[in-house]
Design a protein around this ligand. Structure first.
Ligand code: ADP
Ligand code: MG
Length: 479
């Protein structure tokens, strides 16, 4: 065990400063550094484990989502190992206020290759700070843009839209719970949030709580650690509208499912509306307790499908117009026909395109759009799946694909498995836990794999070559 902690020869502080120095150049902006890393404190730091103190749960979410690979790469350089990174929330730490968390979010999103550019900006709206002098641990806010009026209705989402409207107009009574499911980036969070806005417009004192299932779990664990379960229950059982996003995350988390079951029961009984989203219907969520599945099926289950071409064009034009840009039919059609499976990717192309035109003060032209599309998406969507990535990885390393999901830990299999996990994280919209499920591993193992490969790929030519070979097999040359 090479763990270094306070008092040993090389102090934690020094090592942490070296890690900070190492990661700073890889962040999208100095603000990103000041915002997300300056306030942190290392509690212990070694080649096995790094434990970081963060001011609030937002930091955990944000760093994991955006900077984990960068942090890991720097940690590998400094410690010489591939440490596990853990976070501990310490409310006494002062977050440093930034002028505009959204600007940081946007910089992050634009600078983060391989990630959906817009999602960062969206989440950023709920950033870690309220713009007030005193920085309380913040609750996620409803993303202001996600209203019914900005949602484009088409055949793929008509039913879901109508159901959400009905719920928003009569919360707690017609469909309770409302369960919305569908693929990544198809507007589930948008519609769910729109219900929240409408309810608040009609009754400004309504208590509306939006939270991801993951955050629900983190808060629950946090409350247990500090003996504040009552406050936790109080918070969740005294709302008029509870919006829980991405409940597939609860799969296999038995303690959280229990707590959620009781929260659910209390709210339902009191005719308080519950809205849930997931990437699949209740019955298909593996390791979800039967009693929750049947609760989720009790109200209304509705799905969103990928939008058709007309809807995609309409979404693009509307978004461009909202930013004061005119998008010609030909350019809109070109983008919409190339990016099909995910509205977030569609918007990602638009964000890059508008950023480029604003920087260069030029107009949006076909040629510019071509250039962005070339960088952004391969002409052949649908996006990659873990199956395809695992298959290509197995071929590259000359292994049977089943081995990648097996229990075997020998080095000949561990490395290809890590490579496949890394590429799955980069090339699909899947979360660490989803990827973990697919490879039959824990999400921390995936996190570790991603950091390790990210760190090694620049210094290890054999690895770089293998990655390029796999990407080529997947038709993703040069990305
Ligand atoms: P999900 O929760 O299903 O992964 P989101 O609700 O976050 O997806 O949507 C991803 C992005 O796509 C958001 O910016 C959202 O506003 C946009 N979007 C999705 N569907 C539509 C639509 N029908 N009209 C307008 N914007 C949409
Ligand atoms: Mg969502």
């Amino acid at each position: 065990m090479e763990q270094v902690s306070s008092g040993s020869s090389e102090p934690v502080l020094v090592l942490w400063e070296r890690i900070l120095e190492g990661l700073r150049p890889h962040l999208p902006s100095p603000q990103a550094f000041d915002t997300w890393f300056r306030p942190l404190r290392a509690r212990c730091l070694g080649s096995d484990i790094i434990e970081l103190e963060v001011p609030n749960l937002f930091f955990v979410d944000w760093i994991q989502e955006h900077y984990l690979a960068t942090l890991m790469a720097a940690a590998v350089q400094v410690t010489g190992g591939t440490p596990q990174i853990r976070f501990a929330v310490c409310p006494d730490l002062e977050p440093v206020a930034v002028e505009d968390p959204l600007a940081d979010a946007l910089a992050t999103s634009l600078g983060t290759a391989g990630q959906s550019p817009v999602s960062g900006a969206l989440r950023g709206a709920a950033g870690p700070f309220r713009r007030q002098a005193h920085l309380a641990p913040t609750e996620p806010r409803l993303q202001p843009r996600f209203t019914f009026s900005t949602f484009v209705v088409g055949s793929s989402n008509q039913l879901a839209h109508a159901t959400c409207l009905a719920v928003a107009e009569n919360p707690g009574f017609i469909y309770n719970p409302l369960f919305i499911y569908g693929g990544v980036g198809l507007g589930k969070t948008h519609l769910m949030t729109a219900i929240g806005h409408t309810v608040l417009e009609r009754r400004s004192d309504a208590r509306v709580l939006y939270v991801s299932a993951e955050r629900f779990m983190n808060e629950m664990i946090f409350s247990i650690q500090r003996g504040q379960q009552l406050a936790f229950r109080d918070k969740y059982r005294n709302v008029d509208l509870l919006l829980i996003d991405d409940v597939q995350f609860l799969a296999g988390k038995d303690g959280t499912q229990d707590e959620f079951f009781y929260t659910f029961g209390a709210l339902h009984e009191a005719h308080k509306q519950i809205v849930l989203t997931s990437d699949k219907p209740p019955r298909d969520i593996k390791n979800l307790e039967e009693r929750l599945v049947s609760r989720f099926n009790q109200g209304m289950v509705t799905d969103i499908k990928p939008p058709d071409l007309e809807t995609r064009v309409a979404i693009l034009k509307r978004r461009a117009a909202a930013h004061g840009h005119q998008l010609g039919n030909d350019v809109a059609l070109m983008i919409a026909s190339r990016v099909r499976a995910n509205v977030r990717h569609l918007e990602g192309v638009l964000v890059r395109l508008t950023a480029l035109t604003e920087l260069g003060r030029t107009k949006i032209t076909r040629a510019l759009a071509e250039e962005v599309l070339r960088d952004y998406a391969s002409p052949e969507e649908p996006s990659l799946t873990p199956e395809r990535i695992a298959q290509a990885t197995a071929e590259q390393f000359g292994l049977p694909v089943e081995l990648l999901r097996s229990k075997r830990r020998t080095n000949t299999i561990a490395l290809p498995r890590q490579v496949a996990m890394y590429l799955t994280r980069r090339k699909t919209g899947l979360s660490l836990s989803d990827i973990g499920d697919w490879f039959k591993r824990d999400h921390t193992t995936v996190m570790h794999a991603c950091g390790k490969i990210e760190a090694q790929r620049t210094s290890d030519p054999k690895l770089a070559q293998a990655l390029a070979g796999i990407l080529e097999k997947l038709g993703q040359v040069g990305s």
